[in-house]
Write a protein that binds this ligand. Structure first.
Ligand code: F6P
Length: 319
């Protein structure tokens, strides 16, 4: 291995820059040239590839987003598009590719690997929804953004004796919602992994109000239900004013936490180590605080993220 490429793909996440930096610096330290690919698989297909030097990644460790840019590029599902992408990589004599992204990005990396082009996947997404790792790059930062928002909502909903419904991201994974509920002291949490029993939620809130609760926080993962409609129903059942807040893309921005920077740096350097040791078609994870790697095809096809039942139960117990 003499030259490697690195790209960030799918929804960006804080810490992606730290991951790119680690790949570049660990690569250069081992005598490997590193190429940055702009805007994920889209830029790969369009041959927007540039050589990165040590100074190309100066002053990025603290920056949110990804300086290489990211894109969602559904056309990458087509084999002919991927073949052209591989030709671009070969033209630059790039031997392997490090892909930082979520499960859609892993799927692209899996397909390239199946076509004989070695890829290493690093889990970069705020959703924490990737199998084979306890944490993804960006999750901790997004969680801290949510906690900050919840603390603020608590102040105002307490002053006004209101109920606050907070919708957080996570796609089909409730990790952000559950962690935010526990760390933010929310009374109720709704996650996609558990059936949404609206009636039970409404009657629990009602019972809380009957016991004398004058304000409450409900954290709910996106895509479960319409939170504005839910807020209206809570209001009519409890006769307490209720407001819904959709945190949206604020959760994806901002300077990465120390934890995300360290995770991204460890994983980026590990990806280079794996390539130097002759591994390809792997994805990197952190399990029990140890760096691990799994077959990327197995990860996509067979491995499942376990649902964190303990965290879910804890949020209910502390209500
Ligand atoms: O996967 C990250 C994520 O932020 C999800 O939490 C969310 O559902 C989705 O991306 C939003 O995507 P977009 O930025 O394309 O609207």
């Amino acid at each position: 291995i003499k030259k490697i490429g690195v790209l960030t793909s799918g929804g960006d996440s804080p810490g992606m820059n730290a991951a790119i930096r680690a790949v570049v610096r660990a690569g250069l330290s081992s005598g490997i040239e590193v190429f940055g690919i702009h805007d994920g698989y889209l830029g790969l297909h369009q041959d927007r590839i540039e050589k990165l030097e040590r100074y190309s990644v100066s002053d990025v460790i603290n920056r949110g987003g990804t300086f290489l840019g990211s894109a969602r590029f559904p056309a990458f599902k087509e084999e002919s598009v991927r073949r052209e992408a591989i030709e671009n990589l070969k033209r630059h004599a790039i031997d392997a590719l490090v892909v930082v992204g979520g499960d859609g990005s892993y799927m692209g990396a899996k397909k390239l690997t199946e076509m004989g082009y070695p890829c290493i996947g690093l889990p970069g997404t705020i959703d924490n929804d990737i199998a084979g790792t306890d944490y993804t790059i960006g999750f901790d930062t997004a969680l801290n953004v949510i906690i900050d928002a919840i603390d603020r909502l608590r102040d105002t909903s307490s002053s006004h004796k209101r109920i606050s419904v907070v919708e957080v991201m996570g796609r089909h994974c409730g990790d952000l919602a559950m962690s935010a509920a526990v760390a933010g002291g929310a009374e109720f949490v709704v996650v996609p992994e558990q059936p949404f029993d609206k009636e039970s939620l409404l009657s629990q809130i009602e019972a809380g109000v009957a016991r004398g609760k004058r304000h409450a926080l409900v954290v709910i993962c996106e895509h479960v239900t319409d939170v504005n409609a839910l807020a209206k129903e809570i209001e009519s059942r409890t006769e307490l004013e209720t407001r819904a807040t959709i945190l949206g893309h604020i959760q994806r921005g901002g300077s990465p936490t120390a934890r995300d920077r360290i995770l991204a740096s460890r994983m980026g350097a590990y990806a280079v180590e794996l390539l130097l040791a002759g591994h390809g078609g792997r994805c990197v994870g952190l399990q029990h605080n140890e760096l691990v790697h799994h077959d990327i095809i197995d990860c996509i096809e067979n491995m499942k993220r376990p649902f964190n039942q303990e965290l879910f139960d804890l949020s209910a117990k502390l209500f």
